[in-house]
Write a protein that binds this ligand. Structure first.
Ligand code: ADE
Length: 256
């Protein structure tokens, strides 16, 4: 069985796709699923597009059509914890959908997924630890050397941190400090926000497939977010995605 690799934008998955050997492309539901080998592992890579529905449909196809045994999601996120800087890496311990709210109905808590009885989806400890070690190896090796040094200097990316914790997902690009402050009040230990992770996590949870979500901080979800995000996506994220995923796959026997 293969390992599924997802990114929401072509930039997040492009270098990974380029490095897959023995490629075969299957188009389902408007997405191209690229099967082949990466670091001697059988993989299926897909660019899911943005948002929870797009991500859920791609994750479901990976599981039901390609029978993947694990899902790795790699991409960018907006920082919510003020200690995080652009270029830092966040690995999800748990994810929730910040735009899910059925709480006017007394049976449900805010963020609870109706009928699942869960607010947070927790990633498998072994897989998330494997991702954390891979991210550390990526940063310790010459991982950043392939990235334009002017871009790194502009963002002040010198020695990026790795944080493991809570990611919140919603169908909204957030560029508003007040919104982030409110989410931080509501969600204990919130590290960053993005638009796909918790949807992938829900699908994987329902299919009993281990998942991990790895995010590089591209912006701080503030008034500079659009500018920072666009530049980071264009110049940086590809290298993070390929570097970390490659590190995970080359040492796969230590996870499996
Ligand atoms: N992904 C990267 N930055 C983001 C932001 N500011 N809001 C939502 N998703 C993001």
């Amino acid at each position: 069985m293969a390992i599924g690799i997802m990114g929401a934008m072509p930039e997040e998955i492009f270098l990974i796709s380029e490095n897959i050997t023995g490629k075969k492309i299957t188009t389902i539901g408007g997405r191209d699923y690229i099967t082949g080998k990466l670091c001697e592992q059988n993989v299926v890579a897909v660019f899911s597009r943005w948002g929870k529905v797009a991500a859920a449909q791609s994750a479901t196809t990976l599981i039901t059509n390609f029978n993947v045994k694990t899902v790795i999601f790699t991409g960018v996120a907006g920082g919510a914890d003020p200690d995080l800087n652009i270029g830092d890496i966040v690995i999800a311990r748990d994810l929730l959908q910040h735009d899910m709210d059925a709480s006017p109905i007394p049976a449900f808590k805010k963020f609870e997924i109706p009928l699942l009885g869960l607010t947070h989806f927790i990633s498998q400890l072994e897989l998330r630890t494997h991702a954390e070690k891979a991210a550390a190896r990526f940063l310790a090796s010459s991982g950043l050397a392939d990235i334009d040094s002017e871009i790194l200097a502009e963002y002040g990316i010198l020695t990026p941190k790795i944080a493991v914790g809570t990611i919140a997902t919603g169908d909204e690009f957030i560029a508003d400090k007040q919104k982030i402050a409110k989410l931080r009040e509501e969600i204990n230990g919130l590290l960053c926000i993005e638009m796909e992770g918790a949807a992938v996590a829900q699908v994987c949870h329902e299919h009993l497939v281990p998942f991990v979500v790895i995010r590089a901080i591209s912006d701080k979800a503030d008034s500079d977010a659009m500018h920072d995000f666009s530049k980071f996506v264009k110049n940086v994220v590809n290298h993070y995605s390929l570097g970390i995923v490659t590190e995970m796959l080359t040492q796969w026997e230590h996870y499996n």
